[in-house]
Design a protein around this ligand. Structure first.
Ligand SMILES: [Zn+2]
Length: 272
């Protein structure tokens, strides 16, 4: 890795709309991120980035493992089986979030509920969280950590969850994508729940010289009797109850920018 100034990629932010959206959310006296209370089941959420991998999917199915795929808009192909839990992998350097959601919608005929940002390219909580929330994303899984939470920004609890991942593939070079423990087994042994795992498809690991965590994680899930769950099931069973807007199933429509006051009432029915 070279030393020297780090040149950050440029990407588009609708700054004024983000600000107006934040102003439309009601303020509270809350000042802490709202963490999910401890859950009494040991759950592992296996996730994959960039593209769909039929071989990985086949192995998981044969072992009763569920997973969630964050697929780049241009890699959303007709051949992806409909039973795969596929969501958005927003690439900030390609086009806007709205455009990529539209590509997703036109290819899969539904809206993405969850997202992970490609290359984990995160600017700041007060930029990324509102942008994702106001675009209808209910769960983001870009950050690294150990417990799901709803972010609080200036007394506003945003209607989005961060489900951070804690285990990732390893790289020869130290990159942004890291695991929180030196040995992933520690998390299972300790009973952390949920454990969210970022495991890239075999092809992506080969392309970027990543040391895959896939087989190790499958072994740990079995050995420590974790229940494998995709993000949709996890959201529906554990997060949905806290969501002020609620998930309205097939009726859900993304409001790229809700009218002022649409989400002011935290107990409201959400956007119409
Ligand atoms: Zn990616």
């Amino acid at each position: 890795m070279r030393e020297g100034p780090f040149k950050e990629s440029s990407y588009y932010y609708p700054g004024e709309r983000i600000q107006a959206y934040m102003e439309s959310l009601g303020t509270t006296e809350i000042y802490e991120n709202q963490f999910l209370p401890a859950i009494d089941r040991k759950i592992a959420i296996l996730t994959h980035d960039d593209e769909f991998d039929p071989e990985m999917f086949r192995i998981e199915r044969s072992q009763g493992i569920r997973s969630t795929w964050f697929v780049l808009a241009e890699r959303l192909e007709e051949t992806i089986p409909p039973e795969a839990d596929v969501h958005l992998h927003f690439d900030k350097e390609k086009s806007t979030l709205g455009e990529q959601i539209e590509t997703y919608r036109s290819k899969l005929h539904r809206y993405p509920r969850f997202n992970r940002i490609h290359r984990l390219l995160w600017r700041a909580n007060n930029f990324d969280f509102p942008l994702l929330a106001m675009s209808g994303i209910q769960v983001d899984s870009t950050l690294i950590g150990e417990r799901p939470y709803r972010p609080t920004i200036e007394g506003r609890v945003l209607p989005i969850w961060e489900v951070p991942f804690s285990i990732a593939d390893r790289a020869e070079r130290f990159m942004a994508c890291y695991s929180i423990a030196a040995d992933s087994e520690v998390l299972f042994k300790d009973g952390l729940s949920p454990i969210t795992i970022l495991s890239h498809p075999f092809s992506v690991c080969a392309r970027h010289q990543l040391i895959s965590c896939f087989y190790e994680v499958l072994r740990l899930i079995r050995r420590y009797h974790y229940q494998s769950m995709d993000m949709t099931s996890f959201y529906d069973q554990f997060l949905r109850a806290y969501d002020p807007c609620g998930w309205k199933g097939e009726d859900h429509r993304v409001t790229i920018f809700p009218p002022a006051g649409a989400r002011q009432d935290q107990k409201g029915k959400g956007e119409s």
